[in-house]
Design a protein around this ligand. Structure first.
Ligand SMILES: [Zn+2]
Length: 433
C-alpha cells in the first residue's frame, strides 16, 4: 500500500448496503455510494464484492506465551494469528515465564507487540505476585508504565482469597481498572479433568463442577458491588453463571462477562473420544449450558466474546488425557464460530457481532483507538469478512505456532479477507501481509 490510500469498493459496513470506504493515512476518510474519482485515482483498490466490513476485532483474553514459552507461541506469531482472525488488538494474559507482575515484564510484552506490526498488544498485569494469590502485585506501577495496564488477571488461576480480591478491586478504582477473574474455586476442582456430571462419572474422569465457577462469580459480584469497583468474569461456561451475572447487572453493579467461541459450540460429549484437544479450562459443559450462553450473549447479559487463545506445543497435547495441558487455540477461527453459532442461527446480526467482538471488549479494556464505528474520521482498524465462504478447518494453514484446535476437519462458514491496522493491510486475501 504505497500511497497510504486504500479504496474498498462495495463493502457492507456491519452488514448494511454496499458502499465504498476510503482509507487515508490510517483513518477512514470517507464512506459513500461511489467514491471512485480524481481523489481516489492513486488509491490501492480492494474489491469487497459484498463482504461484510466490521471494526477490527478486539480480544480481551489471549495467551501469547512470550516470554517463556516461545515453543508454543511468540508475540509475533500470535499477533499474526490474531490479524488472520480479524483482530486489530489483543489483551495478552499475564501467565508467562516470568509472570507479567511487574512494570518491566508488561513493558517488554508491550514493546514486542509494537514491533510486530500485525496487531496492537495490550498487556494484562497479574493481580498477585507470581500468580500465587498471596500478595498483590505492583498494580499501580504496571498502570503507570508505558504499557498503561488497566486490566489485571491471574488467569489460569483464580484469585480465591476474598481479602486479596477485595483489595485488588479497591486498588484499581483509582485508575478505572478492572479485575478479570478466572472463576474457579480451587478446592472444589482438585484433580478436575472435565465437567462434573454423568459423562465424567461414566468416563471415570475427575469432575469440575459448575458450582466451582458459580460460587466465585457470586462472591465476586458481591465484592465488586461492596467496594463499587469493576469486575470482569472470564470465560463464563455455565447456565448458572449466566443467571448470577444477569442478577448482578439488574442491580446496576459494574460486572461484565465474556464467553469463548468454543463454549458457544462444543459440549462435554466430545470428551468421550479422550482426545485432549477438547481438554480446556473451564471445561466444555452441556447442551443446556451452550444454549444459555448463546442466549446470554444475544441479550447482552454476556458482554463480549473472548477467545482464550491458548497455544500448546504438540507434546503437551498429544498425550494421555490426564497428563495433557488445558486449552485450545482460537484466534483464527473465532469469527467463523461466532457466525456459525450466533449469526447463522439468527441470534445476532453483524452490528451485534461488532458490538460483542469489538466495541464492548475495547470499552471494557478502556482501549482507545479500537472498537470505534465504521465512519469518517475514525481510525482505519477494520476487518473485511466474507460470510458466504465455507471451508474445512485446516490447522496446517494457521499462522499460530500451535495447532491445538478443536475444529480440525470441521466445516465452518466465513473467511477474513483483509484486516487493516491503522489503514495498513495486515492480512491480504486471508494471508498475513
Ligand atoms: Zn482462564
Amino acid at each position: 500500500m504505497t500511497t497510504g490510500k486504500t479504496l474498498i469498493r462495495g463493502a457492507r459496513p456491519l452488514g448494511a448496503d454496499p458502499v465504498d470506504v476510503l482509507l487515508t493515512d490510517g483513518t477512514i476518510a470517507a464512506v459513500g455510494a461511489d467514491l471512485a474519482g480524481p481523489d481516489t485515482a492513486d488509491a490501492e483498490i480492494v474489491e469487497a464484492k459484498g463482504a461484510v466490513l466490521l471494526p477490527g476485532l478486539v480480544d480481551l483474553h489471549t495467551h501469547l506465551r512470550e516470554p517463556g514459552r516461545e515453543d508454543s507461541e511468540t508475540v509475533l506469531t500470535g499477533t499474526r494469528a490474531a490479524a488472520r482472525g480479524g483482530f486489530t488488538a489483543v489483551h495478552a494474559m499475564a501467565n508467562t515465564f516470568p509472570v507479567a507482575d511487574t512494570a518491566g515484564v508488561v513493558e517488554q510484552v508491550w514493546r514486542l507487540g509494537r514491533s510486530s506490526g500485525y496487531c496492537d498488544v495490550q498487556p494484562i498485569g497479574a493481580v498477585t505476585v507470581g500468580l500465587e494469590g498471596k500478595q498483590l502485585a505492583e498494580l499501580g506501577a504496571m498502570h503507570e508504565s508505558a504499557a498503561g495496564v488497566r486490566v489485571f488477571s491471574d488467569d489460569g488461576r483464580c484469585v480465591d482469597d476474598a481479602v486479596i480480591m477485595r483489595r485488588a478491586l479497591e486498588y484499581v478504582k483509582a485508575f478505572d481498572g478492572v479485575i478479570a477473574q478466572h472463576a474457579q474455586e480451587p478446592r472444589l476442582t482438585e484433580g478436575a479433568q472435565m465437567n462434573e456430571g454423568t459423562v465424567s462419572a461414566e468416563l471415570g474422569l475427575g469432575g469440575w463442577p459448575a458450582v466451582a465457577e458459580e460460587s466465585i462469580i457470586a462472591r465476586d459480584v458481591l465484592l465488586a458491588a461492596h467496594v463499587d469497583s469493576r469486575v470482569h468474569i472470564c470465560h463464563l461456561s455455565t447456565a448458572g453463571s449466566v443467571e448470577i451475572v444477569r442478577w448482578a447487572k439488574s442491580k446496576g453493579w459494574r460486572v461484565t462477562a465474556e464467553v469463548t467461541p468454543h463454549h458457544l459450540l462444543l459440549t462435554e460429549e466430545l470428551v468421550r473420544s479422550y482426545d485432549p484437544v477438547y481438554k480446556v479450562n473451564p471445561p466444555l459443559r452441556t447442551e443446556r449450558d451452550v444454549r444459555a450462553l448463546r442466549e446470554a450473549l444475544a441479550d447482552g447479559t454476556i458482554d463480549c466474546v473472548a477467545t482464550d487463545h491458548a497455544p500448546h506445543p504438540h507434546e503437551d497435547k498429544d498425550c494421555e488425557w490426564p497428563a495433557a495441558a488445558m486449552g485450545m487455540v482460537g484466534l483464527e477461527t473465532a469469527l467463523s464460530v461466532v457466525q456459525h453459532t450466533m449469526v447463522d442461527t439468527g441470534l445476532l446480526d453483524w452490528a451485534g457481532v461488532a458490538e460483542r467482538m469489538s466495541h464492548r471488549p475495547a470499552e471494557i479494556g478502556r482501549l482507545s483507538g479500537h472498537g470505534r464505528p465504521v465512519a469518517p474520521g475514525e481510525p482505519a482498524n477494520l476487518v473485511l469478512f466474507d460470510p458466504t465462504h465455507r471451508a474445512v478447518v485446516d490447522p496446517g494453514s494457521f499462522a499460530s505456532r500451535s495447532r491445538n484446535t478443536p475444529y480440525r476437519g470441521l466445516e465452518l462458514p466465513g473467511r477474513v479477507r483483509y484486516t487493516f491496522l491503522r489503514g495498513r493491510a495486515t492480512v491480504v486475501e486471508g494471508e498475513p501481509a
